[in-house]
Each structure stands twice: as C-alpha cells, then as structure tokens.
Design a protein around this ligand. Structure first.
Ligand code: UFG
Length: 331
C-alpha cells in the first residue's frame, strides 16, 4: 500500500515507518519537524516537510502519490504542558487533525490508523483497563486525543471512513536506529539512563506513598517495535471495519523502583535517585488489557521483558552519544 505517516520523524513514528517499509509498503513521511528529527526518517521513505494545517499541500501529496492509508501520529504529547497551555493541544491535536481528515475526505482516502493514548481513561476504576471502560481524561492531552477519536467515529458514520485507534500505554525502548529523544525529556526510562551515563545528576522518583507493592507507580511498558508492529496489523482490518485497541503488555507491570533496578543491572552503573513529591495527575497503576488486539489481530508482543526494553534503549543511547561526540569533534 502507499501509506502516509504524519509525525513519522518522531520517536514512535520513525519506528512505525521502519516497520511499514519492512512490510513492503511504499512509505511517505509528513512532518513539520517541530518535534521530529529529520535524521530519524529511514532513507527508503519519502520525506515531505509540511504542516497538517496546510490542506493544499496535504491534498497535493495525497494525489501525486496515490496515498491509500494514513497513519496519524503527529501530535503534542506532554501531559503537564497540556494543562498549562490547552490551546496549543486543541490547536494541534484537534484542529490540525481535522484538517488532515478533511484533506483525506477530499481525496477519498478512507483508511486511518490513529495514535491514541491511555490518557483517555484518566484515573481508571479497575485494572487492567479495557477498551470499554469509562473514558474520563484528567488533562487536555487525553481530552484532545479523545476528541479526535470521537471525530473519527462520526466521520465513519457519515463518510465511510474506517479507523483503528490505538491507545498506547508506556512506549519505551528503541530500534537499531531510532530511540527516544525528547526536548524536554519527561519519560522515566530515558531519564534513568541519562542519570546512569552522567548526563543528569540523578533521577527523581515521583512519590513513594502509592498503594502499590513498593509504594511507587506501576506502569505497563511496551517496546516501541511491538507497538509499531500493531500499526501494520491494524492497517489490515481497514478494508472492512473500524476498531479501538489498547496497546500494552499487561501482566503485573513494573514499578518506578523496578525500572531503576533493571536499568542499574543493564548498565552496570550506579543511578543516583532522589524521592520527590507525587507528580500531579499520575494514576497509581496503569495496566492495559490487550486481549482484544491479541484475539482480533493476532498481535503478540515479542519484547515483553523490561530488561529487553531497557537494553535496547541503552544500546541506542550510547550509539547516539558516540555520534554526537563525533559530530562535535568535526565542527
Ligand atoms: N516518573 C518518575 N520520575 C521521572 C519521570 C517519571 O518517577 O522523572 C514516574 C511517573 O510518575 C510514572 C512513571 O514514572 O509513574 C512513568 O512516567 P512517564 O512520564 O515515563 O510516563 P507516564 O506514565 O506519565 O505517561 C504515559 C504516556 C503518556 C500518557 C500517560 C497516561 O507517556 O503519553 O501515560 O497516563 F498520557
């Protein structure tokens, strides 16, 4: 298929692009590079620098390249920032998203895979969280992702669009070439590894008085390659229907302390830790019920062990730092 990936220069997007290419799709990346990195885009993909609000450019790209399906990953995704600046999130995650949907409608493209989030559930009433559970986002990030999910449902109803909405839990790890590099970085695993390598003085644990096995929050970490593969499977249902799927590994998840312990073993380095206050809006436990995608699509995560996830992130970080050092020597 000819596929366009919005946000394909971002952390998860660039790995999705790798998997699209591996599955034999002609892959186009549409990214404004506000958050993405051009060098993350696989050479075999066609890169177009553009903004989702530019409907004319989108239409031209769709028509010239005979795009058949879109994987929509371009979005802002910082929970804290979204609370302070909801306008930014509504503008990008909803308004720009609708511009994309309308350009698709003009060009009669009827298939879309959408990057949604566990944040649509807010503080879940039970664990593991299932797709049919209560949707009650506690921040504009989750709220804007949910708004777009709702738009998809109504566009399906009126215009025959088929969508797969994938609600990610905690994406982590790296492929050979692409890893996590946000600015600012807020995610636990890259922060822990940066503390191990000395790029940060320490890592903070946001609260150790939660009702969990060691008092720190439990999360469901999913390897970015397993996450990316789910997009390829999801594309295959879109001829016939739409669906919403959680994406996580399930099981008992890992506490913040367990993440730090595994990272200490993997790196062989001391990771200085300080206990800090709770971060506003963090649920104690967030575990995905992912039976639906396993049963419907045969999705089967290969890298469920946290050690494998952290090893891949660690390998990528060291390579990345070597490359950066080499670049700074040349310049
Ligand atoms: N944490 C720390 N110290 C840090 C960073 C994180 O203790 O320096 C803790 C957090 O409190 C949380 C866990 O580590 O318990 C994981 O935090 P992340 O920031 O890595 O990820 P979140 O679980 O907050 O975020 C994920 C997705 C978001 C999504 C959210 C839904 O990355 O996109 O789940 O709640 F919105």
């Amino acid at each position: 298929m000819n596929i366009l990936v919005t946000g394909g220069a971002g952390y998860i997007g660039s790995v999705v692009v790798e998997e699209c290419l591996r599955d034999g799709h002609k892959t186009f990346v549409y990214d404004n590079l506000v958050k993405g990195h051009r060098e993350n885009v696989a050479e075999e993909a066609v890169f177009i620098e553009g903004d989702l609000l530019d409907g004319n450019l989108l239409g031209k790209v769709f028509r010239e390249n005979e795009i058949e399906a879109v994987i929509h990953m371009a979005a802002y995704s910082l929970v804290g920032e979204s609370v302070g600046n909801p306008a930014k999130y509504y503008q990008n995650n909803v308004v720009a998203g609708l511009s994309l949907l309308d350009a698709m409608r003009d060009c009669e493209i009827k298939k879309i895979v959408f990057s949604s989030t566990a944040a649509v559930y807010g503080e879940p009433e039970k664990q593991p969280v299932e797709e049919s559970d209560r949707l009650a986002p506690t921040n504009p990030y989750g709220e804007t992702k949910l708004a777009f999910e709702h738009a998809l449902r109504w566009y399906e109803n009126a215009y025959g669009l088929h969508y797969a909405s994938l609600r990610y839990f905690n994406a982590a790890g790296a492929s050979e070439k692409c890893g996590e590099l946000h600015d600012p970085e807020t995610h636990l695993i890259p922060l822990v590894l940066q503390a191990a390598i000395g790029k940060r003085s320490h890592v903070e644990i946001y609260g150790e008085d939660y009702p969990t096995r060691d008092g720190t929050c439990v999360r469901d970490y999913i390897h970015v390659i397993d996450l990316a593969r789910a997009h390829i499977l999801a594309l295959k249902i879109l001829d016939e229907k739409s669906a919403i799927y959680n994406l996580g590994c399930g099981g008992a998840g890992y506490t913040v302390r367990e993440v730090i312990d595994v990272a200490t073993e993997v790196t062989g380095l001391e990771i200085p830790v300080r206990v800090a206050d709770r971060r506003a809006g963090d649920p104690a436990v967030l575990i995905a019920g992912s039976d639906k995608i396993k049963n419907d699509l045969g999705w089967n995560p290969e890298f469920q062990d946290l050690r494998l996830i952290i090893e891949s992130a660690w390998k990528w970080l060291r390579n990345h730092m070597k490359k950066e050092e080499a670049k700074s020597k040349v310049s």
